[in-house]
Ligand binder design. Structure first.
Ligand code: GLC
Length: 646
């Protein structure tokens, strides 16, 4: 069934003067100088003429509406910030005086305008009429006429009872918007009287649901999700009168039903950019996951029309702009505040946490593949390549630890002033924690959790390490060594429930100081060393990439035995994941979907291979310093290169 109203990027005709960006034009068109009006929205008819301006949902300016007033294709145009932000010129400075407007909007201006026909959510969905991906039983088939389609999904083998139950639960978690599926709620426990925000669709939580649906051959929900979340990206968002950056994606959103005057109701999307979240944490990972999922959608369905759309291309560029903009950073890694990813509470992961770097790296690799190449994007692509190369060098060189490296740090000289210092970040050897000396195995190693001036966070963070394998942020040797470490430390990292979110837990004074005495993050609970079944699919993917299917199978078997009995908890507590977590939700959707996605990936290695990346040797050759003529720049990379190439 068609959604009642299409709410995609504002109608943006080709006659817009070329000195207007999309947002400027939009702002110019719909906002008078005093029109930062809450509750304002415009409804257009086909000719693009505004027919209504006053919303009944006063006070909900940031809500996207799926208004039911008219079913014949009116566009409900979202209120956009009236104070159009002065876009950062950061990419400009990095990419040789190209102006932002050109980078971001060129190619969007004189292209096909977003007209009724081509913004219909359903119209370009893959169908089985021979055009695009063919949906066959068990998934998308190869359509020989369409070489875009790279994959064959094996016909579904008979599902186990546990899988059947998981599918039933996953389908029950689906949220619809204007009669179309748009995402899944975070948790769906019928006995939970205080769902807090677990009744919302979280961007990061939806990724395993999306994969399960895609692998099942059901692309519609993913396509709708990608389109609608992209819309929310440009929404007005404020925290105490301050507006976060334009490309920010929300952490989550909720579909609300709002009463209209005439006894009718409309559905609206209400995003949370962190302004309601506990601790007001910034959802930095959302935009990165969105890009990663966009690529996965194209790869698995063979429907590349979505990523080629002008609005989607613009959405991608906005995320990239936010990530690539200049700040005070001294490193190519992304600088973020605490709790800006899956660990969304204070856990001492501010600065340059590994998880964000791994997602950033793979989002850059995805974007490079998906950006439509034209004059307006070539500088952006150049900026992406430079960043990828600098970032992978930085992480491989400075985040990697194994027995040998720890011994080196143990013998570090400190207070080295100069550009060729060995101990560049002035790490005092006393920082090496006692647990690590005993814990680090002979064979294996890992990427540390965070690196700052004078500070290495030696905790093992699972998602960051797994995603470094998947995205090839680590070298092939690193990737193998990380899995060797997981094998050697199986009881600590997998234990009775895969997988530990980080190891070890912060205890005593450290817990008090670093978490701020957080009672939810007590030692070996929740984010502080709890075990999260939601990490199973990333583990499966990493194992498959490295040819270690046996590991993945072993972990999935553990999960399959316990998860249904325990009602699919969000997380487990204790050193080896023995107990259901103290405050764990039950029927947590990404625990369910992560399990299903893992099973399906394992059964479809060809599909899994579409979701990971191999080493990019060209990137390793690119070094910005070599390209620069400045003699002041001293490149420490050439020396270290031999070490990191393999
Ligand atoms: C918790 C988790 C976060 C997740 C959310 C919804 O806040 O820390 O990663 O997205 O719950 O499940």
């Amino acid at each position: 069934m068609k959604p009642c109203i299409r709410i995609l990027l504002p109608f943006y005709p080709s006659f817009v003067p070329t000195n207007f960006s999309k947002f400027e034009w939009f702002n110019h068109k719909f906002h008078t100088s005093s029109s930062r009006v809450l509750g304002f929205k415009s409804i257009f008819n086909h000719s693009g003429k505004a027919i209504s301006a006053q919303s009944s949902t006063s006070g909900q300016a940031r809500i996207l509406s799926g208004n039911n007033l008219n079913n014949r294709g009116y566009y409900v145009v979202a209120t956009v910030p009236s104070n159009v932000r002065n876009f950062s010129k950061s990419v400009e400075t990095r990419v040789n005086n190209q102006n932002f407007e050109k980078i971001y909007v060129q190619g969007g201006l004189n292209v096909k305008p977003l007209v009724p026909g081509n913004i219909d959510l359903d119209e370009t969905l893959p169908t089985n009429d021979g055009d695009g991906a063919q949906v066959i039983e068990g998934g998308y088939g190869v359509n020989e006429e369409n070489s875009n389609l790279a994959v064959v999904v094996k016909a579904n083998k008979k599902e186990s009872e546990v899988e059947k139950e998981a599918w039933r639960l996953l389908r029950n978690a689906v949220v619809t918007y204007c009669n179309s599926p748009i995402g899944t709620v975070a948790a769906n426990d019928p006995n939970d009287k205080m769902p807090l925000n677990y009744d919302q669709v979280f961007i990061r939580d939806f990724v395993p649901s999306a994969l399960a649906f895609l692998l099942k051959g059901e692309g519609e929900i993913v396509r709708n999700f990608l389109l609608h979340t992209m819309q929310l990206q440009s929404w007005e968002k404020t925290v105490d009168c301050y507006s976060p950056g334009q490309g920010l994606m929300p952490a989550s959103f909720k579909v609300r039903t709002v009463a209209l005057d005439d006894n009718k109701f409309e559905e609206v999307l209400d995003p949370d950019f962190g302004e309601s979240a506990i601790g007001r944490v910034a959802p930095v990972d959302s935009g990165l996951w969105w890009i990663i999922l966009l690529r996965a959608y194209g790869k698995i369905t063979g429907d590349y029309t979505l990523q080629d759309r002008v609005d989607i291309q613009t959405g991608m560029k906005l995320v990239l702009n936010l990530c690539l903009s200049d700040g005070f950073d001294m490193f190519p890694s992304l600088l973020v505040t605490d709790g800006s990813c899956m660990i969304d509470r204070r856990m001492g992961i501010h600065g340059h946490p590994l998880e964000i770097q791994a997602l950033f790296y793979s989002a850059l690799r995805c974007s490079r593949e998906m950006l439509t190449l034209d004059d307006g994007s070539k500088n952006l692509v150049r900026a992406i390549n430079n960043r990828l190369s600098a970032l992978s060098f930085h992480i491989r060189e400075y985040y990697w630890v194994d027995l040998k490296k720890i011994n080196e740090i143990y013998r570090y000289k400190t207070e080295e002033y100069s550009t060729d210092a060995t101990n560049k970040f002035n790490i005092y050897p006393e920082q090496i924690p006692h647990w690590l000396m005993d814990w680090i195995p002979e064979k294996g190693g890992y990427l540390i959790g965070n690196l700052q001036p004078g500070h290495m966070d030696f905790r093992f963070f699972t998602l960051g390490n797994l995603w470094s394998i998947v995205s090839s942020l680590g070298t092939p040797k690193h990737n193998e060594a990380i899995l060797n470490l997981i094998e050697a430390k199986w009881d600590d990292l997998i234990g009775q429930m895969p997988l530990k979110i980080c190891y070890p837990a912060l205890e005593s004074e450290e817990w008090r100081i670093i978490t701020g005495s957080d009672p939810k993050n007590t030692p070996w609970s929740y984010h502080n060393g709890g075990s999260w079944p939601a990490l199973l699919w990333q583990f499966t993917l990493a194992c498959m990439k490295m040819g270690r299917m046996d590991f993945a199978k072993k972990a999935i078997e553990l999960a399959e035995k316990r998860l249904p009995v325990d009602h699919w908890p969000e997380y487990y507590d204790t050193r080896n994941g023995k107990f259901i977590g103290k405050q764990s939700r039950l029927y947590q959707t990404w625990s369910i979907a992560g399990f299903l996605a893992s099973k399906m990936l394992l059964e479809n290695p060809e599909m899994a291979s579409l979701l990971f990346w191999e080493e990019d040797y060209d990137l390793l050759e690119t070094c910005v310093c070599v390209l620069s003529n400045s003699s002041r720049k001293k490149c420490s990379r050439s020396a270290a290169k031999s070490q990191i190439l393999v």
